[in-house]
Write a protein that binds this ligand. Structure first.
Ligand SMILES: [Zn+2]
Length: 162
């Protein structure tokens, strides 16, 4: 299969073993053109979505990875692991609806949409990683964007409320 580094189609399998409790075969391949190694997974096509990473490599959708990312972003902000799991399951369902192969960026966007509603700080934390913010200006732009979209809910409290 095509090398994710140099796009050559020539490779050899250097290791092959069962993965995921036997649900998949994991193969280490070595590109005959550039010599770099990459991993492929082979599994029955049952509708589990694949994630296509920026490098071109694909891996099976893994909800626990999504949950780990959400847990990191919401640390100290969202108390309940059940909430994290709920968001991860929602993202999984949405990812499934997108098709058999989903770019990793699209999954990042799905997570961001949920975090935007869940918690603004968690949203910014995740966005800073996902979007690869490089300087403060990026961050400020995102904060402004966030304030725009959540403004109606965040008006100062009315005088009647004490
Ligand atoms: Zn190569």
């Amino acid at each position: 299969m095509r090398c994710p580094y140099c796009a050559s189609l020539e490779d050899r399998v250097v290791d092959s073993r069962l993965a995921d409790g036997g649900a998949a075969v994991r193969r280490r391949r070595e590109c005959l053109a550039c010599g770099r190694r990459f991993t492929t997974y082979e599994r029955a096509d049952t509708g589990v979505p694949w994630v296509r990473k920026r490098s071109g490599a694909r891996e099976p959708f893994d909800r626990s990875k999504i949950a780990a990312g959400i847990t990191a972003a919401t640390a100290g902000r969202v108390e309940s692991p059940a909430t994290v799991e709920e968001v991860a399951r929602a993202v999984e369902a949405e990812a499934l609806a997108l098709g058999p192969e989903i770019p990793s960026e699209a999954i990042g966007r799905l997570v961001l949409e949920h975090l935007r509603i869940l918690d603004p700080v968690a949203y910014l934390r995740f966005a800073s990683v996902y979007k690869g913010f490089e300087d403060v200006a990026d961050f400020e732009r995102e904060v402004l964007e966030l304030q725009k979209t959540t403004a109606p809910k965040r008006r100062p409290s009315s005088p009647g409320r004490s």
